[in-house]
Structure formats: structure tokens, C-alpha cells
Design a protein around this ligand. Sequence first.
Ligand code: FES
Length: 80
Amino acid sequence: MNDEDDLCLCFHVSRRKVVQYIRVEKPRRLSQLSNCYGAGTGCGWCRPFLQRLMEAEHPDSETLPTPQEYAEQRRSYREK
Ligand code: FES
């Protein structure tokens, strides 16, 4: 997943916006990321990934699935 790819697919919040928000605002709880254009407040699929970035020492270099894999996994998640 590149910087311009959507990390929160529900609200089209890019990875870049999330990483920038984490860097500047230094949220202490996952729920605080909702202030970043609503990230994580829809279907919930992206929350574990948001959490990973929050906990990473270098969130911009954290490895995430490709956009295609990510979207496919989310589709399965939403069908359950
Ligand atoms: S993908 Fe982020 S809340 Fe659905």
C-alpha cells in the first residue's frame, strides 16, 4: 500500500493522511483517529491497521497489504 492509497476505504482516508495525523497529533487512543476525516468509524475493517500504524515506531515504513489484497479482504470481512 502506497501513501496515496486509501487506508480507510469507508471514508477514503489515505495512508498519508493517517500517518501525518499520527505524527502531528500523537493520538493515544484509536478512537482519536476518528478526528482524521472519520477514519475507522465506518465498517471497522481498517481499525487493526490504524492501530498498527499508531503503535509503529516508523508508521510510514510499516508494511501493509497491497490495495487489491486490502480491498478483497475487506469485502470478505463485510460479507460475514
Ligand atoms: S474501512 Fe475504515 S471504517 Fe471501513
